[in-house]
Design a protein around this ligand. Structure first.
Ligand code: HEC
Length: 144
C-alpha cells in the first residue's frame, strides 16, 4: 500500500531537468492548461484547466475567473503550491485531493515530476503575493 518516502519527499527527488520537463508539460499538461504571463480574465486559461502562471506561492483553487470552476475539493484543500506540494499532487492528483476535477492519472516516476516542477519554476514566473485568504493579490503574476 504505502510507497517509499522518496516518492513523497521532494528533498529526496532527483535533480530536475527543465528541458525534459518542458517536453513532458507539452505532451501531457498543455492540452488542458495554459501558462499565460500576466493574463487575467476567463480567456487566460487553458481549454480545460486553470492558468498556471504565478503558480508558486498561491493557494489551490483560487483563481477567481476560471470559467469551468474549480472542484470544491481543490478549493477546500487550500494547499499552497510549491515544490513539495506539487511533487505529491502530480504523483496522483485524485489521491492528494479526493474529488478533484483534474482528470489525469499522474506521473508516478519521481524523475518525471522533478523535471516538470523544475520547468514550472522557470515558466510560471515569480511566486505570487497572496492576501490572507490565499487569493492572488491584485493582478496575479503582475508584481509591478
Ligand atoms: C485532462 C486535463 C488535465 C491535464 C492533462 C492536467 N491537468 Fe492540471 N488541472 C486540470 C483541472 C480541470 C484542474 C482543476 C482541478 C479542480 O478544480 O479540482 C487542474 C488543476 C491543476 C493545478 C492546480 C491549479 C490551481 O490553480 O490550484 C495544477 C498545479 C495542475 N493542474 C498542474 C498540472 C500539471 C503540471 C499537469 C501535467 C503533468 C496537469 N496539471 C495535467 C486539468 C488537467
Amino acid at each position: 500500500m504505502s510507497r517509499a518516502g522518496a516518492d513523497k519527499d521532494f528533498s529526496k527527488a532527483p535533480q530536475g531537468d527543465p528541458q525534459r520537463g518542458e517536453e513532458i508539460y507539452k505532451q501531457t499538461c498543455a492540452k488542458c492548461h495554459a501558462i499565460n504571463p500576466n493574463a487575467t480574465g476567463p480567456d487566460s486559461h487553458g481549454p480545460k484547466a486553470p492558468n498556471l502562471w504565478g503558480l508558486f506561492g498561491r493557494r489551490s483553487g483560487r483563481l477567481p475567473d476560471f470559467p469551468r470552476g474549480y472542484s470544491q475539493a481543490l478549493q477546500l484543500k487550500g494547499t499552497i503550491w510549491n515544490e513539495e506540494t506539487l511533487y505529491v499532487w502530480l504523483e496522483n492528483p485524485q489521491k492528494y485531493v479526493q474529488g478533484t476535477k483534474m482528470d489525469f492519472e499522474g506521473l508516478p516516476e519521481p524523475k518525471d515530476r522533478a523535471d516538470v516542477i523544475e520547468y514550472l519554476k522557470k515558466a510560471t514566473g515569480p511566486p505570487v503575493r497572496t492576501n490572507e485568504r490565499g487569493e492572488a493579490a491584485g493582478r496575479y503574476g503582475n508584481h509591478g
